[in-house]
Design a protein around this ligand. Structure first.
Ligand SMILES: Nc1ncnc2c1ncn2[C@@H]1O[C@H](COP(=O)(O)OP(=O)(O)OP(=O)(O)O)[C@@H](O)[C@H]1O
Length: 704
């Protein structure tokens, strides 16, 4: 058997794709979590087995999904590794990889769990969770792409992240080393004081020693202060730089990244930058100092007594042993805290943004209770972690006390036997205590490293350029100034969300410049998705969309989005003025143009009524605007850009009849310079259309 691999999941909905990536790597391939999410149609709720199967097939693997009836037969015939679908506590769906099947009664299943790493499970344990008995067998076929893993890519990423700060970090580290070396001075001075200066009444040496001691103390404090300044400066510069980079990249991610992620998870990623910075400060700060303290302490203790030196060396394996006992529990518990905190955060964001709907039906109590559940769950996990950490702390304390007592005991015997002096004993005990503390901190650093590795892993995904702008578009054959839109043709277009059944198939339509085309259809028939495909939010499976005979896939996304105007079902209003909400910018020189535009087309009468006219600040999500006013802002936002193609999704659903008529009058006048594609339920508006299509049985039928 090759070496089993398990990739850690990055969020609660990633377990399926993390399993898939692990298997890809196991067979010698590679990919990225974000790509796999797209290929498998992973949503906020996770991935379906069908989605995993379809993604595996696209990646050059033969994928067979079964529902196992006879577990003994599965044990005999299973083609490993395979992905199995579990139901965990609280009916949470989860995917794991089965790498090994037990060969005897006392043997275990080897399970690769993307949430917790490798586990050995008994048959009873696995069957208690494997309720669906669904399994996915995967084997690479001739289309499988073998690609070596770039093992050092994270190191390279880390190097790139810190390369601008390296001088600050080196200075801080050197200062740390000096501080650690000077730290030994207290023990050495005490030893000399007790063994030589005081018994021999050497007043001169006493004054000189005290003077040097004060001087060293001052130097230590001064260097410590400067080192602190260097480290906080590095932290500020690093955080600003990494945040700039990260925030910029976040905006370049494809839209479906945001559709398939919980807000809490995205915010957690923003917080990851802080974790990485803390790791860097730790690596160049405490870690180097602790290593040096261990090294110099051992040398000093050996200098005084090699026997006690050997005893103190025993600290290292003892703490490693202790840590290895608690390590897994602490890491697991930490992950549970992180995931429950993300869940609670997502819940609060969700509930607060929907507070009006909750109040409207007096359901506050239900949501308060649910919020409490999430928060209690989070706090329970924090408690568990605290409990484990506390128990670990207790054992560490015991271990430290035992070692220091042993050192003290042997030192006392050595003093009684005249092998060492009293001052030397004091020095050994003081240095020994420092050594124990440093070893304890070093063994703990593993946990910190683990946490930062996950953060680095996530950032690594972000920093890969091939994710960026995967909304599509390669060459930009259409040049903006020359682009005179003539027609949009949809030929035999089919679409399905990965892991779902086909939403529509073989649809055809043609929209020409100067036309208003209306698409009707039942709820959920795919009208909005069709508009989103035209915006290049989703890629289509088969068929073609031709813009003046050029395939939409081949048209650069940024160029394309400059040509289209969109009014979605929900209009996002930002907490700013009406004008800024129209231009989505703060260019002052544009203000006059917007006002002129609104006056010319008659929108002026709606915005003039607001308390501060166009400069009215509309509050978060436009709370100070009515639904109809928000729709008008959305419409002006789209029209002001003078698009060549206007895509409207129920644009008049919140408007009264009079305003709706006004809007259609404006569209009627603007139509000569653009093409309009509108999806709607409202039969009242179809008289304005040049062409009408309707979704029927997953296809489009032309009605006019
Ligand atoms: N990101 C997604 N992942 C999976 N399925 C989705 C996703 N977004 C939408 N769907 C599904 O696609 C189908 C079509 O959705 P769409 O929004 O296009 O419907 P619609 O025709 O515009 O309906 P309505 O008239 O209610 O607006 C729905 O069944 C919906 O559940």
């Amino acid at each position: 058997m090759k070496k089993p691999i398990i990739v850690q999941q990055q969020g609660t909905s990633d377990c399926g794709v993390a399993c898939l990536l692990s298997i890809l790597r196991y067979f010698g391939g590679n990919n990225k979590i974000e790509n796999l999410r797209q290929l498998s149609g992973t949503t906020l709720q996770g991935t379906s087995m069908l989605g995993l199967k379809q993604a595996s097939e696209k990646l050059g693997m033969d994928a067979e999904a079964y529902e196992i009836e006879d577990v003994d037969l599965f044990k005999m015939k299973a083609d490993l590794p395979c992905i199995i679908h579990l139901l965990m506590e609280g009916n949470m769906e989860h995917y794991v990889i089965c790498y090994k099947i037990p060969t005897s009664k006392s043997d275990f299943y080897l399970i690769g769990d993307p949430a917790f790493g490798f586990r050995e499970w008994t048959e009873e344990k696995i069957l208690s969770h494997w309720k669906s008995r669904v399994v996915l067998f995967l084997r690479p076929n001739k289309h499988f792409v073998y690609s070596p893993q770039t093992r050092f890519s994270k190191v390279i990423l880390m190097r790139n992240l810190i390369k601008n700060d390296i001088h600050l970090l080196i200075i801080a580290s050197v200062m740390g080393i000096i501080i650690a070396a000077l730290g030994m001075s207290t023990a050495i001075f005490t030893q000399n004081l007790l063994d030589h200066i005081l018994p021999e009444f050497q007043f001169k040496k006493l004054y000189l020693g005290l003077f040097l001691f004060v001087l060293i103390g001052l130097a230590k404090s001064g260097i410590g202060y400067l080192r602190g300044v260097f480290l906080i400066r590095q932290a500020r510069e690093f955080n600003i730089r990494i945040m700039d980079d990260f925030y910029g990249k976040l905006f370049q991610l494809p839209s479906d990244f945001f559709i398939s992620r919980k807000t809490g998870e995205i915010i957690t990623r923003i917080n990851d930058t802080r974790r990485i910075q803390e790791l860097i400060s730790y690596l160049f700060g405490s870690l180097i100092i602790d290593l040096l303290v261990v090294f110099t302490s051992v040398i000093f203790i050996f200098y005084y007594s090699s026997f006690i030196g050997f005893i103190s060396l025993f600290t290292v394996p003892l703490f490693i042993c202790l840590m290895s006992i608690f390590h897994r529990q602490i890491i697991d518990s930490q992950k549970e805290v992180m995931s429950s905190s993300a869940m609670a955060e997502s819940h609060f964001v969700d509930v607060i943004s929907g507070i009006h709907s909750i109040k409207a039906v007096n359901k506050e109590n239900f949501f308060i209770a649910r919020g409490k559940q999430f928060y209690q769950n989070f706090q329970n996990k924090v408690f568990n972690l605290g409990f484990i950490a506390n128990t670990f702390g207790l054992w560490s304390e015991f271990a430290s006390n035992i070692i220091i007592s042993i050192i003290l005991g042997f030192c006392s015997l050595a003093v009684l036997n005249n092998q060492i002096k009293l001052g030397e004993m004091m020095a050994i005990v003081a240095i020994g205590a420092n050594l124990i503390n440093a070893v304890s901190r070093l063994t703990n650093s593993n946990i910190r490293l683990q946490e930062a590795t996950i953060a680095l892993e996530r950032m690594h995904e972000f920093s890969s350029n091939d994710l960026m702008n995967t909304d599509g578009g390669k060459s930009n054959e259409l040049i903006s100034s020359e682009f005179k839109f003539e027609s949009l043709k949809i030929n035999n277009l089919s679409f399905r969300f990965s892991g779902r059944l086909e939403l529509f198939s073989h649809i055809n339509l043609e929209l020409k410049n100067g036309e208003l085309l209306i698409v009707l259809g039942e709820i959920g028939s795919g009208k909005s998705i069709l508009l989103q495909i035209l915006q290049k939010i989703y890629n289509y499976d088969s068929g073609s969309i031709l813009i003046d005979n050029k395939e939409l896939r081949q048209i650069d996304s940024i160029f394309w989005r400059n040509q289209i105007g969109i009014v979605g079902q929900e209009i996002k209003i930002f907490s700013s003025t009406i004008i800024e909400n129209i231009i989505l910018d703060d260019v002052l020189s544009e203000h006059e143009n917007v006002i002129k535009f609104c006056e010319y087309w008659g929108f002026d009468m709606f915005f003039k009524k607001l308390p501060n006219s166009y400069m009215t600040i509309v509050g978060e999500n436009g709370v100070q605007l009515s639904g109809g006013q928000k729709q008008l802002v959305g419409l002006v936002r789209a029209l002001y850009r003078r698009p060549k193609i206007l895509l409207l999704d129920e644009p008049t659903s919140s408007l009264d009849e009079k305003t709706e008529k006004f809007v259609f009058d404006v569209l009627g006048k603007l139509k000569s310079e653009m093409a309009i594609l509108m999806v709607t339920h409202r039969g009242s508006v179809i008289s304005n259309a040049d062409k009408i299509f309707e979704f029927k049985s997953k296809t489009l039928v032309q009605m006019k």
